[in-house]
Design a binder for this molecule. Structure first.
Ligand code: CA
Length: 249
C-alpha cells in the first residue's frame, strides 16, 4: 500500500490569524489536523501543542501491537500538555483544540478524533463521513431536534462538546477503516465542511483525479469562495498499490 498526500491550511477571508495546524509524517504514517480555539496566540499554541505531542508519543513508541491504546495515550498526553501550559500562562486561559488523525497501519487506517474536525473517505464515487462531530448541533441532530440544514446556520454551530485542553480528562473516539487502492482519506477542520456542501467536496476531489495538491487548492478555494468565515485546513491522502513512494508500510 502506498500513501501519497497533500495538505493546505488557509486563514480564510474573515479571520486575521490561522489557529489551525496540520502534520503529515510519512515515516510514521501519521496525519493530523487540529483546530485551535481560545483566540489568536492561544488557539495557535493549543493546536500546535496537540499536533506535536501526538507526533512525539507515536514517534517514540510507534503504533505498537495495540494502536488503539497508543493513540488514546497520545491524545491523553496532548490534552495534559495543553492543560499544563494553560496553568503556566494566564494569557492562554481557555485555549483548546479539536483534533482528527489518521494513522496508517498496513492496509488500514486508524482514525481518531476529538471535537468537530472530520475524516471522510472517498471510495467508488461517494463520500463517507468517518467521524461523528462532538458538537452541540450534532447532538441536536441525533436527538431529532435540528435538521442538517438548520444546524449549518445555527448560531451555536461552532460549539464543540469535547476538546483537548478544556478538562483534565478527555475521551477520544478511535476506529479503524480498511484501505483499498483508489481510496482518498480527507482530514479537515470545520472551516471546510461548514462552508462547503459535501457534494461539492466530493466533486472537487474527484475532479482533481490523482493530483492531490490541486484537490486541496480547490477545496480551500471553495471554502473561501463561499465566504471563508473560518480558518480552513485540508489534508488529503491518496491510497495506491505498493510502489516507490513516500510511504510503504
Ligand atoms: Ca474552525
Amino acid at each position: 500500500m502506498r500513501i501519497d498526500w497533500a495538505g493546505l491550511s488557509d486563514c480564510g477571508r474573515r479571520r486575521t490569524s490561522n489557529e489551525d495546524a496540520f502534520l503529515a509524517d510519512g515515516h510514521l504514517g501519521l496525519f493530523v489536523v487540529a483546530d485551535g480555539m481560545g483566540g489568536h496566540a492561544a488557539g495557535e499554541v493549543a493546536a500546535r501543542l496537540a499536533v506535536d505531542t501526538v507526533r512525539r508519543v507515536l514517534g517514540e513508541s510507534g503504533a505498537g501491537p495495540e494502536p488503539r491504546l497508543t493513540i488514546e495515550r497520545a491524545i491523553r498526553e496532548a490534552n495534559r500538555a495543553i492543560v499544563e501550559r494553560t496553568h503556566e500562562h494566564e494569557s492562554l486561559e481557555g485555549m483548546g483544540t479539536t483534533l482528527v488523525l489518521a494513522l496508517i497501519d498496513t492496509a488500514s487506517a486508524w482514525i481518531s478524533h476529538v471535537g468537530d474536525s472530520r475524516a471522510y473517505r472517498v471510495r467508488e464515487g461517494s463520500l463517507q463521513l468517518l467521524t461523528r462531530d462532538h458538537s452541540w448541533v450534532n447532538e441536536q441532530i441525533r436527538m431529532g431536534l435540528l435538521s442538517q440544514e438548520e444546524a449549518r446556520r445555527h448560531p451555536w454551530r461552532n460549539v464543540v462538546t469535547r476538546a483537548l485542553g478544556s478538562r483534565e480528562q478527555v475521551e477520544a473516539e478511535v476506529g479503524v477503516e480498511d484501505l483499498v487502492p483508489g481510496d482518498r482519506i480527507l482530514l479537515c477542520s470545520d472551516g471546510l465542511n461548514s462552508m462547503v456542501k459535501e457534494e461539492r467536496i466530493l466533486e472537487a476531489i474527484r475532479g482533481a483525479g490523482s493530483d492531490l495538491e490541486l484537490a486541496c487548492q480547490r477545496l480551500v478555494e471553495l471554502a473561501n469562495g463561499s465566504g471563508g468565515e473560518d480558518n480552513v485546513t485540508v489534508l488529503l491522502l491518496g491510497v495506491s498499490q505498493a510502489g516507490p513512494g513516500p510511504k510503504t508500510p
